[in-house]
Design a protein around this ligand. Sequence first.
Ligand SMILES: [Zn+2]
Length: 121
Amino acid sequence: MSCLCSDDDPVKARQALIETSVVRVIHDESHFMVAIESCLFCRRLWLKVFAEEIDWSGGNDPQEVYWIPITEQESEHVVASDESIVTASTGKRVLWSNFAKDADAPTLRWVNGPVGIPPHD
Ligand SMILES: [Zn+2]
C-alpha cells in the first residue's frame, strides 16, 4: 500500500507533507529554503524547495514549493543550485504548490520533472 504522501490527489499528498521530519537543511534563507525531509508515516525522503517573492504592492507574497521524491543516495549529493535541483527532479513526479499573490489558497498539482528553482527574493 502506498503512503498518503504519494497519493494521486495532490491535496492529500500535501497534507501528509506539511509536517515532516527534517533530515538535513541544505539552504536556509527567509525567502529561499532547500531541505531533505522525511515523511512521518512512511519515512520516504523528499527534497523540499521553497521560494518566495516579496510583493511590495501589498497582498500575499507569491510562494512556490516543490516536493521531489529522492533516494537516500541522491539526498547526499543535492546542493542548493538550479543544476542540482534539475538533476534530482528529472524523471520524477513532483508535487508543486503555487500560491499566487492574488489567490486565497495554493494551487496544488503533480508535475513531471525536471523542475528548477523558482524565482525568489
Ligand atoms: Zn509517506
